[in-house]
Write a protein that binds this ligand. Structure first.
Ligand SMILES: C[S@@+](CC[C@H](N)C(=O)[O-])C[C@H]1O[C@@H](n2cnc3c(N)ncnc32)[C@H](O)[C@@H]1O
Length: 346
């Protein structure tokens, strides 16, 4: 693979930090980072070995308990699972290489080039599920389960970037950062509607001592989990249950998380059923983080939200037909609440 330099197509991953995945092979992936003065990564770790080279600017790099003032021409190598972070002291450019390949960075590559990547080429990256346009009313729970069972599991595994969900990885990566400061290192965390394990993977990569319980009612989605969590044997269990009926236990978890699953609840009563049991399942001081769609507080906000989603899909070159399909699936499948509709939390 050869990539000729150009300045386009950087992707903002954190405020003031833009990245472009340059090239990748079987075992390594190289990315260029452009950082504004003061921009910083939060402390994190991952199972990838990471070596880097500062091309220009100045940076402070913290690796474990060692601090390095990095000047142009300096280089570093961070072993797997070692906590690190960096702060840019001037406008800086660095190049870093990861091994094994980081899937989130592969997804940036795919987004940039539109090029299929090995196995993923066998699946249309624009796939968004059944065409539900003609469906009357909302899908039932049974129909949703069927959809995830028969249609979606393989797509979720093979397609590292669910491109129809804007900024999926950016959203997901915020969660371990929120958990890190609030939970004991060896916390047990429940992932509700865990699917194929996307969110659990990001959490276990960033927090090497936590353990996860992945709950989902779709056996097919959960059956992909061992393929997604190959790097974390012994650190997770799966639990096939409907989260509306499951017994979450009492004071069992230090934390609970969920991404893009709880919106399948219908109405406040169902949301309450989950939140009540979750409250009891958390240990004192426990935390629940849910990243999901919310409904607009009025028609105007709802419209603005959907218009924003449409233009995001358009920017990614989704066809008009696929854009309408994403939105019609959303209408028949999901029932988000307005974010301030918080009487259920009382
Ligand atoms: C859009 S996927 C998200 C999966 C994963 N959290 C992620 O972000 O990649 C939604 C998941 O919620 C699960 N789900 C929906 N309703 C559920 C319910 N009542 N009980 C358990 N799982 C449910 C589906 O089977 C599916 O795996």
């Amino acid at each position: 693979m050869f990539y000729e330099h150009n300045d386009d197509d950087f992707h903002e991953i954190l405020p003031g930090i833009r990245v472009k995945t340059l090239v990748y092979g079987e075992k390594t992936l190289m990315a260029e980072f452009r950082m504004q003065p003061g921009a910083h990564f939060t402390r994190h770790s991952h199972p990838h070995e990471q070596s880097g080279y500062l091309v220009s600017g100045a940076m402070r790099l913290v690796q474990g308990d060692r601090v390095f003032e990095v000047q142009p021409g300096d280089s570093w190598c961070i072993p797997p699972n070692v906590e690190h972070f960096a702060e840019s002291l001037e406008e800086s450019v660095m190049v870093q290489q990861f091994s094994p390949l980081r899937e989130d960075y592969l997804a940036y590559y795919q987004k940039r080039t539109g090029n299929p990547m090995d196995e993923q080429s066998k699946i249309d990256p624009r796939y968004v599920g059944l065409d539900n346009a003609a469906h009357e009313g909302k899908l039932s729970r049974e129909e949703i389960k069927k959809r995830f069972d028969h249609e979606t599991a393989l797509v979720y595994r093979r397609q590292p970037d669910p491109a129809w969900l804007p900024d999926f990885w950016q959203m997901t990566r915020l969660i371990p950062e929120l958990l890190r400061s609030r939970l004991p290192k060896d916390a047990l965390i429940l992932d509700i509607g865990a699917g194929t394990g996307n969110l659990s993977r990001v959490i276990m990569e960033a927090l090497p001592d936590v353990k996860m319980v992945l709950m989902d009612f779709s056996e097919d989605m959960l059956s992909e989990v061992p393929n997604v969590l190959t790097d974390f044997p012994g650190r997770y269990v799966t639990d096939i249950h409907d989260f509306l009926d499951a017994d979450f236990g009492i004071s069992k978890y230090a934390g609970a998380v969920s991404s893009l699953a709880i919106h399948h609840c219908r109405g406040e009563a169902e949301y309450s059923r989950i939140y009540d049991r979750l409250y009891k399942a958390l240990q004192p001081g426990g935390i629940f983080i849910c990243c999901d769609v919310v409904a607009g507080a009025d028609d105007l906000l709802t419209q603005l939200n959907e218009d924003g989603w449409r233009s995001n899909l358009k920017e990614q070159q989704f066809s008009d037909t696929d854009i309408e399909r994403v939105l019609s699936n959303y209408h028949v499948e999901d029932s988000p609440l307005v974010v301030c509709q918080s009487s259920i939390l009382g």
